[in-house]
Write a protein that binds this ligand. Structure first.
Ligand code: NI
Length: 151
């Protein structure tokens, strides 16, 4: 495992659409392991592959109980609204309020190729949305109002 460099806002990589994973090979497994290590060191709650410079549809999410790995994730259901106060490891020092769904259901493959489904609400629902947005080149600052310095 290795810690990867986190790409920062301003790098055009963060604005690109990531491609689906067609085969879960050693490269993808290594990517997942490295993303977990990178997230732990950065003390974040979620990470998307483009944030480490890899334009593949892979995210990890810390639910507080475990780190979920999702390959080709898709939010298949959402309901309600919440005012989410967010930051991003790729946009250091900035936080802002984003209108997010209150509840989401997400599907994605685990590293063994099993299709998994998770339901989440509140903070974890926000992480699922935030990380999935990264795969389409969207950052929270695009959706946020009242962005300000995080101090
Ligand atoms: Ni982010």
């Amino acid at each position: 495992m290795a810690i990867r460099n986190i790409v920062k806002e301003g790098d055009p990589l963060l604005r690109k659409k990531s491609r689906p994973v067609e085969q879960i090979d050693e490269k993808i497994i290594n990517l997942l392991d490295d993303m977990k290590e990178t997230l732990a060191v950065a003390q974040g709650v979620g990470l998307a592959a483009p944030q480490v410079g890899i334009l593949r549809r892979v995210i990890i999410v810390d639910t507080g109980d475990e780190i979920l790995e999702l390959i080709n994730p898709e939010i298949i259901k959402q309901s309600g609204h919440q005012d989410s106060f967010e930051g991003c490891l790729s946009v250091p020092g900035i936080r802002g309020h984003v209108d997010r769904p209150k509840k989401v259901t997400i599907q994605g493959y685990d590293r063994e190729g099993n299709l998994m489904e998770y339901k989440a609400q509140d903070f974890v629902a926000t992480i699922f949305c935030h990380e999935t947005d990264h795969l389409d080149g969207t950052l929270f600052i695009d959706k946020a109002d009242r962005c300000g310095k995080d101090d």
